[in-house]
Write a protein that binds this ligand. Structure first.
Ligand SMILES: NC(=O)c1ccc[n+]([C@@H]2O[C@H](COP(=O)([O-])OP(=O)(O)OC[C@H]3O[C@@H](n4cnc5c(N)ncnc54)[C@H](O)[C@@H]3O)[C@@H](O)[C@H]2O)c1
Length: 446
């Protein structure tokens, strides 16, 4: 195995900051680089600039070792590192479903200009298949070290909310490589995880790129499948919760990601499946994944259907109706509001004239910045004051644990839409709440 490499992490957002911090804790010398000076200043000062459970403690630990530094100078990164991890964003383009490759191309070009010795550049960002082949060309034609510089792909599967656990104990590592030397460098860069017997799949570059988008496509399909069943349940009087429970006992299906509700969002799944559809069409194999269009459409419909359910609970019109919206983040244990279903619902409600008061335990600052026109409350009680409908839109534990009697004393009307199937309908109905959830009978007992 190669000697312990010095590591750089280019792009210190949700993925890169976690990776940089965890690699330092695992024993490597790490330099994290970002163009966002405020983010770098916060990290260098021991503050994680986003919410991720356990990460602030890991950052303190990593900084204490003296092995972790942050900066903005890519030339310094090129000088310092043996293995460079590319962790910049690949968001959806504004006017197309394709992935915006501007950041990846920019960082690889800037780094390459300064690479004067043998080094491995490792892509971690989620990219369209074929990117690694294109970047290899770009890298080797730009770097002074030419083909001494190689590219590998190591897709990242971490989940926000579990990012530390997923990085320190991933369920698998995928090494997409074009040479034995690249493989040796990756093995050296992940030595502690290999010693801990984390399964490794060694493959070629296009397969490594595809593993990530196909994993996300599969998860998105499973979520939309159960939400499609919820739509059928809504018109037949069947109960999607019980349907999902019955399906989950089948070991060929399994219960994970089979939870009906408001659907998926965030900075990954929606944009990744759209970019995948786009890329397959470019390659002339669009038909192979045309079902992903339907997966996306089912998912988007959940947002409007949630609004429809809230409107029906409010008596047919939302004009002037006060709504308590619980949740803004795209999922619990994160402050990430990218493509957040909760905020889409809040905005749709407001567009129909409702007075929407949003509360989220961690995502308030991001939500306020992105949608300053919504009303924000400082807690559940303030959001619920005088509400005619409560909408649970992100399933934080804090919301699951709400006492229906307590909340009943604060609202004007005991009406709740459980957008995440997170509450116990029996308990809420017992406290005289009109409890509704998509795909569930209005009140099976009534
Ligand atoms: N967030 C996740 O849970 C997750 C999981 C797996 C894969 N991914 C993928 O990882 C990539 C990054 O995602 P993220 O959520 O961390 O995004 P992010 O937006 O939080 O972070 C990206 C960072 O890159 C920085 N950046 C942009 N251009 C740069 C440049 N030229 N040099 C240095 N830094 C630059 C930005 O300032 C930002 O801090 C994406 O491709 C995403 O699809 C994310």
């Amino acid at each position: 195995m190669a000697a312990k490499p010095r590591i750089t992490v280019l792009g210190t957002g949700y993925l890169g900051a976690t990776h940089a911090i965890c690699m330092a804790v695992l024993g490597y010398e790490v330099l994290g680089i970002d163009t966002d000076e405020a983010k770098i200043a916060a990290l260098a000062d021991g503050r994680v600039p986003f919410y991720e459970p356990g990460l602030p403690e890991m950052l303190s630990k990593a900084l204490e070792t003296g092995r972790l530094r942050f900066g903005t100078d890519i030339a310094e990164a090129a000088e310092f590192g043996d293995v460079h991890f590319v962790c910049v964003g690949t968001p959806q383009m504004k006017d197309s479903p394709a992935a915006d490759m501007t950041y990846v191309d920019a960082v690889v070009t800037d780094l390459a200009k300064h690479l004067t010795r043998r080094a491995l550049v490792v892509g971690k960002s989620t990219v369209p298949v074929g990117t690694a082949a294109r970047l290899t060309q770009l890298l080797q034609s730009t770097a002074p070290a030419g083909d001494q510089v190689e590219l590998a792909w190591n897709p990242e599967f971490l989940r926000e909310g579990f990012a530390v656990e997923d990085t320190m104990r991933p369920d698998r590592l995928v090494f997409g490589v074009a040479s034995d030397w690249a493989l040796e460098q990756l093995q050296a860069a992940f030595a502690p995880l290999l010693e801990a017997e984390v399964p490794v799949v060694v493959t070629d570059l296009p397969t490594a790129e595809l593993v990530k988008v196909s994993a996300n496509s599969f998860l998105a399909t499973k979520i939309s499948f159960i939400n499609a069943m919820a739509e059928v349940c809504e018109t037949t009087g069947a109960d999607v919760q019980q349907l999902a429970a019955a399906l989950s006992f089948d070991p060929r299906i399994g219960g994970r990601f089979l939870r009906p509700g408001l659907g998926f969002g965030g900075g990954c799944l929606p944009k990744d499946i759209r970019a995948f559809i786009h890329r397959t069409e470019e390659l002339g194999v669009g038909q192979a994944v045309s079902f992903l269009r339907e997966v996306d459409a089912i998912n988007q419909r959940r947002r409007q259907r949630t609004v429809d359910l809230i409107r029906s609970q409010a008596g047919g019109s939302l004009a002037g109706v006060t709504i308590c919206a619980l949740g803004a983040a795209f999922k619990p244990d994160s402050d990430d509001i990218r493509d957040a279903p909760a905020l889409d619902v809040a905005r749709l409600l407001q567009a129909e004239g409702a007075i929407v008061r949003v509360y989220d335990p961690q995502a308030m600052e991001n939500a306020r910045k992105a949608y300053p026109d919504l009303h924000y409350a400082t807690g559940v009680a303030e959001a619920a004051e005088g509400a005619q409908v409560v909408a649970l839109l992100t399933e934080w534990d804090q919301f699951r644990d709400i006492d229906p009697e307590w909340l009943g004393e604060i609202v004007a009307v005991r009406a709740i839409v459980d957008g995440r199937h997170a509450l116990d309908p029996v308990a809420w109905r017992a406290a005289s709440w009109d409890y509704r959830a998509l795909g569930r009978a209005v009140d099976p007992a009534a």
